[in-house]
Design a protein around this ligand. Structure first.
Ligand code: SAH
Length: 357
């Protein structure tokens, strides 16, 4: 394993056979070396900085029916809510006061959020907080829609590809969704000049090592600026209620591998990772992660954005995720960056000029 890890560290790539061995190893010395190399590379790219993204969960209405997700449309027990534009702007204002310089608007695919409503919101956030980046994570939309949102000032878009194998994608999603469409959305977003985030769940039902290698190869082709991975966590009201969840060990191995394959990528230590282990996010940070996404949603709706069971930071006690995460980041040996945190080497140019072209 040592040779394989050192080769990945030196060259940024491995053969499928080597990847398979590394993905599957339970060896603790291998885990320790992978962590050390991943941390070395993240420090070369980003120093000890960790970027914060204020997550605003704008809606739990969703027209999609992804089999793993607690807010799928078939879950009749899901509590639905949507934030008003005023609520969302208030979250951003509060977030700005707390020091956030990126806001992520995430939600189900909710027809209420038309292009015109979203464009108005993006423009208003950008006008109030010109030094902030706006990220969207609102699923599949038309090219025209992505273009309008970009012109309104959106900087980044998170859309996990979920599974780069057609066969696995088909088992995780209803027949009306397709991997081809997902990929097309991702390439369109890139072409429109967004900083793009793709990614997948670790330990999803039916997922094998071969599928994971396909995910890594797809990411090499797409070259996204951000990669979001986290363990699959079952939700009690979905067809996958009784499936096993993804493990901490495999998720950490993949984070380390991703950091070595993509030295400059923005890699979040996700909420799902913090959900399966109390120290999950800290361990993620020590294995190459350089982003955390504290929840900025109003406490009254947090439980309703219920993608999977036992999601952390949904109670009254978690109202202020900013301070808690800052302490966790510092205790892990890193520091909170007070900036937008664009991907290293990504040219953002002159925002105003870009918006007018
Ligand atoms: N509707 C948006 C946002 C989805 S929520 C979109 O389609 O992009 C963000 C991510 O949560 C999803 O991409 C998925 O990978 C993850 N997720 C959903 N259900 C999950 C579960 N049960 N366990 C872990 N992650 C889950």
């Amino acid at each position: 394993m040592t040779d394989i890890i050192e080769k990945l560290f030196r060259t940024g790539d491995l053969t499928d056979g080597e990847l398979e061995a590394l993905i599957e190893t339970e060896d603790t010395e291998a885990a320790a070396l992978l962590r050390e190399r991943a941390d070395q590379v993240r420090r070369e790219s980003y120093g000890d900085k960790v970027f914060l993204r204020g997550l605003i969960e704008i809606s739990s209405f969703c027209r999609n029916d992804c089999l793993y997700c607690g807010i799928r449309r078939s879950n009749k027990d899901a509590e639905r809510y949507r934030l008003s534009p005023e609520d969302i702007l208030a979250c951003a204002d509060e977030g700005y006061r707390l020091g956030f310089r990126t806001f992520v608007m995430q939600g189900g695919e909710d027809a209420f959020f038309t292009d015109s409503i979203l464009c108005g919101l993006i423009r208003e956030i950008k006008q109030r907080h010109p030094d902030c980046a706006v990220t969207l994570s609102l699923g599949e939309r038309s090219e025209e829609s992505y273009r309008l949102l970009r012109e309104a000032g959106a900087d980044r878009y998170l859309l996990r590809h979920e599974a780069a194998s057609d066969e696995l994608y088909g088992k995780l999603h209803p027949a009306e969704m397709s991997l081809a469409k997902r990929k097309e959305c991702l390439f369109t977003l890139k072409r429109l000049g967004y900083q793009v985030g793709a990614g997948f769940m670790v330990g999803a039902p039916y997922q094998t090592t071969k599928h994971i290698i396909e995910d890594l190869r797809f990411l090499q082709e797409l070259q996204p600026q951000m990669i979001g991975i986290g363990p699959f966590v079952p939700h009690h009201n979905t067809p996958f209620a009784d499936e096993k969840g993804g493990t901490l060990g495999l998720t950490l191995r993949l984070l380390g591998i991703l950091r070595l394959m993509f030295p400059k990528v923005l890699l979040p230590a996700t909420t799902a990772l913090g959900t399966i282990s109390p120290t999950g996010r800290e361990q993620g940070l020590k294995t190459g992660c350089n982003v955390v996404m504290p929840n900025l949603s109003p406490v009254s709706v947090r439980k309703k954005y219920d993608l999977y069971d036992n999601k952390i930071c949904t109670g009254e006690e978690a109202a202020e995720c900013r301070g808690c995460l800052q302490r966790r980041i510092e205790s892990a040996g890193y520091s909170v960056a007070q900036e937008r945190g664009d991907a290293a080497g990504f040219f953002t140019g002159n925002d105003d000029q870009r918006r007018n072209t």
